[in-house]
Write a protein that binds this ligand. Structure first.
Ligand SMILES: C[S@@+](CC[C@H](N)C(=O)[O-])C[C@H]1O[C@@H](n2cnc3c(N)ncnc32)[C@H](O)[C@@H]1O
Ligand SMILES: Nc1nc2[nH]cc(C(=O)O)c2c(=O)[nH]1
Ligand code: SF4
Ligand SMILES: [Mg+2]
Length: 245
């Protein structure tokens, strides 16, 4: 009888190659591994099908080997940067997958809100910390954010990515940046028309998002906040609320 148990990772979807639509790797071809389950419930979350437990029957526990075969199939065995997102991917045990991918020349980027720290953060190539502003209705646990940075131990290239909807969010972004002057900051205009979890055809108000981005650019320039970078969600501009792109 074998007592060996494979580590299971709860997967919502694996898709790509597509381009990374957000933040420091914007435009870079990538395969996404999106995990199911999140410790947050942001008021404007655009990925509720990977958050709301009502959809948990669509999340599949997969072995590292099965995930890896799918990433290899999608990328044609050609090494690229794999994006780990969710839900909160920090809930899942990714250490083994990262080691396996590195052996074959792949790189790994993690998107997380910074609420849960893991030792394997130090094995990442890129860490994107996306603490949540007041409009999300979530509270930031500053200690947890610090623990995430401590776990990364300065090894992955690390950046902050903050969604901004309004003045309070903008002030929050300034506060996060002031706490971490060494980290690059990406500001992302919020999409006020995120999809319901079961309808990825839902219309996006691109004009409204672009108006918010123009407002954000004006704020950054008027404040002479010359270290901030303002970027849209490129995939939303290209494909709207469509899932799996
Ligand atoms: C869906 S989350 C998954 C990863 C992780 N839970 C997090 O929030 O960082 C990926 C990114 O999408 C952003 N996001 C979610 N909903 C959004 C919206 N309505 N408009 C703009 N960005 C959004 C999040 O802030 C985060 O930076
Ligand atoms: N193309 C593309 N870029 C993304 N950047 C972050 C995403 C996410 O949902 O985590 C995402 C996504 O779902 N698609
Ligand atoms: S932390 Fe990320 S996945 Fe979780 S609810 Fe917020 S935006 Fe959605
Ligand atoms: Mg998304």
């Amino acid at each position: 009888m074998s007592s060996r148990r494979e580590t299971a990772i709860r997967v919502s979807e694996i898709f790509g190659p597509t381009i990374q639509g957000e933040g420091m790797l914007i435009g870079l071809p990538t395969v996404f591994v999106r995990t199911g389950g999140c410790d947050y419930r942001c008021s404007w979350c655009d990925t509720l099908h990977a958050v709301d437990t009502e959809y948990r029957d669509q999340w599949t526990p997969m072995t590292v080997e099965a995930i890896w075969q799918e990433v290899r199939r999608l990328s044609g065995g050609q090494p690229l940067t794999v994006s780990l997102s969710g839900g909160n991917p920090a809930i899942q045990p990714f250490g083994e997958l990262i080691a396996k991918g590195h052996d074959e020349g792949y790189r790994f980027a993690l998107e997380t809100q910074g609420s849960i720290a893991r030792d394997w953060f130090a094995d990442l190539d890129y860490l994107v910390l996306s603490p949540k502003p007041p409009s999300s209705d979530m509270d930031t646990d500053w200690n947890s954010l610090e623990h995430c940075l401590a776990a990364a131990a300065g090894r992955p290239q690390t950046a902050l990515k903050i969604v901004v909807f309004d003045d309070a969010d903008y002030l929050y972004a300034r506060d996060v940046a002031a706490r971490h002057p060494q980290l690059p900051v990406y500001l992302q205009p919020g999409n006020h028309t995120p999809p319901p979890p079961d309808d990825d055809d839902a219309r996006v108000d691109i004009d409204g998002v672009m108006d918010r981005m123009l407002w954000l650019v004006d704020k950054v320039c008027a404040d002479r906040w010359f270290e901030a970078r303002v970027l849209p969600q490129l995939h939303v501009l290209l494909w709207g609320n469509k899932r799996g792109v």
